[in-house]
Design a protein around this ligand. Structure first.
Ligand code: PLP
Length: 371
């Protein structure tokens, strides 16, 4: 007989999803109301306003897409690119590779700017690619590469792209709430994020934001966006301002309650305080790991505090260590991906999970298992 599913209680310190704040979990259990109910619409307006503040933008087209981060990524590409366009994609990890796939599936050409996994995107290489490709329409890169624990200099990359008349698509899935995202100051044009990382919310929603320049480019398209669901022109009929809310799809009502709660918690803490907390616990974690003789993969000046990549010591079976941590300590940490597979662990300190107790618990458990 199939029984009720009762998940084990884990501590999630991998690349995401991260531990969900209990306040957010309880928001999910509030009564479901209609997605066109005036009370729900009022809550949607608050979600939009709080997302603008988390993204540090005044962009009117800022909203949560009812699907995970990958759908936010796809929304940016399918709306900004048409067949025959050219996009420069900076790749320094897994997610840059997924961007290339998106470009090609739009019928556009991807010009790749490659950096080593574990290094940030090199602005000089981007500048060279921009000079060699004056017809490029879009520059895309990942701000916080979850696969490698590296943060790239989004402001510099966006300014370079703008100087060459390119729109920018920036992946901020892992950065929002953990390190600074400043869409307006950067001059970024299309940004997407996820709920399951430093917002400590449940997975399945992707906040996105489009600049006025990006909206103008969408309006100037000569072909329809090939995805009906992700066509921002249609989504705006439901989420837009000063419009009569029109049915587009049935919004994930309770999940949006949870996003509202997550953004409220971030607002209560304050963006700067949240970033400072991530830095503080990251510093403690790194000190503890190094005291155990472990070494960090990423240079200190571009490390993501919310995603710590640690070299696996020679002779250690990395998968067995992770399996023991999960079985004996209910602690999840992440494996390496791509060229880093088998060589690193990825330890997340994201949102609610970024606290002193978790740092000490992770260090203590890892120390026991490695003994
Ligand atoms: N981009 C980055 C940097 C990510 O870390 C992830 C997920 O881990 C994604 C995109 C895709 O998000 P999702 O898994 O929610 O579709």
């Amino acid at each position: 007989m199939t029984q009720v599913f009762n998940p084990p209680v884990r501590t999630l310190m991998g690349p995401g999803p991260a531990d969900v704040n209990p306040r957010i979990l309880s928001a999910l259990a509030r009564p479901t109301i209609g997605h066109l109910d005036p009370e729900f619409v009022r809550m949607m307006d608050e979600v939009k306003r709080m997302l603008q503040s988390a993204f540090q933008t005044k962009n009117a087209l800022t909203l949560p897409i009812s699907a995970p981060g990958s759908a936010g990524m796809e929304a940016c590409f399918v709306n900004l690119l048409e067949a025959g366009d050219k996009a420069i994609v900076c790749q320094n990890g897994v997610f840059g590779g997924r961007m290339k796939e998106n470009v090609e599936r739009c019928g556009a050409t991807a010009i790749m700017v490659e950096d080593d996994w574990g290094k940030p995107v090199d602005p000089n290489k981007l500048e060279a690619a921009l000079q060699a490709n004056p017809d490029a329409k879009v520059v895309a890169f990942v701000h916080a590469e979850t696969s490698t624990g590296v943060q790239s200099d989004a402001e510099t990359l966006c300014r370079l792209a703008a100087a060459h008349d390119c729109l920018t698509i920036v992946d901020c899935v892992t950065s929002v709430g953990g390190t600074e995202v400043a869409i307006d100051r950067w001059g970024a044009d299309a940004v997407y994020s996820g709920t399951q990382k430093c917002l400590s919310c449940v997975p399945g929603i992707s906040p996105v934001s489009f600049s006025d320049k990006a909206v103008a480019a969408i309006n100037a398209r000569s072909t329809k966006v090939q995805s009906w669901f992700l066509d921002m022109g249609l989504v705006m009929g439901y989420w837009g301002e000063n419009t009569k809310r029109a049915y587009h799809h049935t919004a994930p009502v309770n999940t949006l309650y949870s996003l509202h709660e997550a953004l409220l918690i971030l607002e209560e803490e304050g963006l700067e305080n949240a970033w400072a907390r991530h830095r503080e616990h990251h510093t403690a974690l790194v000190a503890g790991l190094e005291a155990m003789g472990l070494s960090m993969v990423v240079d200190a000046d571009c490390r993501l505090p919310q995603l710590n990549v640690v070299s696996v010591p020679a002779g250690v079976d990395e998968a067995a260590v992770r399996a023991t941590l999960l079985a004996d300590y209910n602690l999840e940490i992440g494996a390496g991906l791509g060229p880093l597979a088998g060589k690193v662990w990825r330890i997340g300190l994201m949102g609610f999970a970024c606290n002193k107790t978790n740092v000490l618990f992770c260090l203590g458990s890892l120390e026991q298992v490695l003994r």
